[in-house]
Design a protein. Structure first.
Length: 570
């Protein structure tokens, strides 16, 4: 079912252990992941996916993938395809067990008829606004609908005509007849069906009434003989209704519902409504924008399935809501790529270095392993070297700060894999910006060695100016600037919450020539800069585009505390 086979332990698995020991459900374990196909899956869904499929794996059971497609106005086959793609990408397989709530519409309708015949449901003519107003409060009982005593025959007739499309939207609903004084507001005659004259992506125009989620969800679970219906805490109050419906229809199979805490992630929103707003308002480029918390966005940014599964394991399964620091997710991808992503050299903010005592017409190559800590694992490549190089502008300071161990006037540094160089002078343009750094090199230090044993603290990366190629590099960061964007005052425009530094595009980064053939979808580490991913959408053969997955370290806490700080390299 998944590549991960390490047993987990949590309160849900403990409950299943007890159920199996008691013989409940005959020792079967069947879970389900039931998304509504009204948007793309996000990182919060990953927790539920890993939990449901992981439980099925650990107990030798099955996990169903079911589209709870009960709202034709918001659902689309695009979302179905995206959900299927994302769950498969995470590494899970449901085999033959893919289902759709829409396939159960006749079964759900028959169940509604049965409830009316038992006097447990009725057709109500109140508007949705009137239903809300008569529901009451936590302290006050609701007011029964004047249609609550409608006869069984009349309700059956009206429901049949609703199904045929004879009535306008909003004119009738089907409600369960439970208890208008219940302390649980979910039990105060909840809606079961509403009229919608909308085309459904699977059933077409066959139906004019569509089931409410609570009604469809529990009966679908029963239909599929699910043993453990695992939901987030927001459905805790729905559990009583879930059980009532199953008992009311005399369901031959009655799953048990258990709730766990949903994933809340810092600097992130999980609301599908807000994510859709980001897409429709063109505040992002689409559902797969690498800044989005969707699985499609994480995939395009370069996160691996293993890293997201590892993150879900690290946060565990809790009973109480809390907020997880996004830094833990970033740590998980660094941990995964640390031993798998080849190291290469790229310069994103270049300044030219001229080695005055190196022959102008000469060049040479250095062999550099892709994984220095394990040189035989990924092999090596040839890195060309010549008189003119590019280094990072931040790796030079004309007036070096304290503990600045990189290049400065009179200072010596090691060029990664190459030689030791010493800065002799700089050239500036009319605006005073440094355009060239002139250095000398020590031929005896080839490969970065120091035969005389002298100590050099700084090592910097570089690329050969003659051999480098230009590429577009996109530096992605957190989409929101505040730790808890969901706590913003009601009505705050989403645009006002966005981090202006969430995307910086470097058009002419200088990359070592081995990268020109980088394949779309490849994870790479730019030494000293971070982990990057060859964009699978915009890259072309010989013209890769690179997305930054994460920096090498969590730099968020150190970002520009003093906006007026002196900029390196002029």
């Amino acid at each position: 079912m998944t590549a991960d086979a390490t047993p987990r332990s949590d309160f849900i698995r403990d409950k299943i252990e007890k159920d199996n020991a008691s013989g409940k459900f005959g020792g079967r374990v069947a879970t389900r992941f039931p998304p509504e196909p009204n948007g793309y899956l996000h990182i919060g869904h990953a927790k539920s996916i890993c939990l449901n499929f992981g439980i099925a794996r650990d107990f030798g059971g099955v996990c169903h993938l079911r589209m709870d497609d009960t709202n034709p106005t918001t659902e689309d086959v695009e979302y179905v395809d995206a959900i299927v793609r994302d769950v498969k990408w995470l590494g899970f397989d449901w085999g033959e067990h893919q289902y759709f709530a829409s396939d159960y519409y006749p079964y759900l309708y028959d169940g509604a008829v049965r409830l009316i015949e038992k006097g447990l449901a009725y057709v109500c003519d109140l508007t949705l606004d009137e239903v809300r107003k008569t529901r009451g409060t936590i302290k006050e009982a609701g007011t029964p609908s004047p249609y609550r005593s409608r006869s069984v025959a009349e309700s059956l007739d009206l429901l049949a005509r609703m199904k045929k499309g004879e009535f306008a939207e909003g004119s009738h609903t089907l409600r369960a007849k439970i208890d208008m004084a219940s302390p649980n507001l979910k039990m105060r005659d909840p809606l079961m069906y509403r009229i919608k004259h909308a085309h459904h992506y699977r059933t077409g125009d066959t139906w004019h009434i569509y089931p409410i989620y609570d009604w469809a969800h529990c009966l679908s679970d029963a239909k599929e003989r699910i043993t453990h219906s695992i939901c987030t805490l927001e459905f805790e109050n729905n559990r009583e209704l879930y059980d009532w419906y199953l008992n009311a229809v005399d369901a031959p199979w009655k799953p048990g519902q258990t709730e766990f805490a949903r994933l809340n992630l810092s600097y992130t929103v999980m609301s599908k409504r807000k994510l859709l707003e980001l897409v429709e308002s063109k505040l992002v480029s689409g559902w797969d924008d690498p800044r989005m918390p969707t699985l499609a966005g994480f995939r395009r940014r370069g996160f691996t399935p293993a890293s997201i599964r590892s993150f879900c394991d690290k946060i565990g399964v809790a009973r109480a809501d809390n907020t997880v620091d996004v830094a833990l997710l970033e740590y998980a991808i660094r941990e995964d790529l640390n031993t798998t992503a080849p190291r290469v050299m790229a310069v994103l903010k270049p300044v030219k270095v001229v080695i005055d005592n190196y022959p102008a017409d000469q060049s040479e190559e250095f062999e550099a392993p892709y994984l220095p800590d394990d040189p035989t694992k990924l092999g090596a490549r040839k890195v060309p070297f010549c008189r003119e190089l590019y280094i990072e502008r931040d790796d030079f300071m004309e007036v070096p700060a304290k503990k600045f161990h990189r290049l400065a006037p009179g200072a010596e540094v090691r060029l990664r894999w190459a030689y030791l160089i010493t800065c002799r002078s700089v050239v500036k343009d009319a605006a005073g910006e440094i355009t060239e750094i002139h250095c000398s090199y020590d031929p005896a230090t080839r490969g970065g060695n120091t035969p005389d044993g002298r100590k050099v603290k700084g090592t910097i990366h570089w690329v050969s100016a003659r051999h480098a190629f230009n590429a577009e590099v996109r530096l992605y960061d957190r989409l929101f600037k505040d730790e808890k964007p969901g706590d913003a005052p009601e009505g705050t425009p989403l645009a006002a919450l966005l981090n202006p530094r969430a995307l910086e595009v470097v058009k002419d980064a200088k990359l070592e020539p081995s990268l020109v053939a980088a394949a779309a979808g490849q994870n790479i580490q730019f030494e000293r800069l971070g982990y990057f991913f060859v964009d699978p959408v915009d890259s072309k053969p010989g013209k890769p585009v690179f997305n930054r997955t994460v920096p090498l370290k969590d730099a968020w806490a150190r970002i520009v505390k003093a906006e007026g700080a002196a900029a390196p390299a002029g």
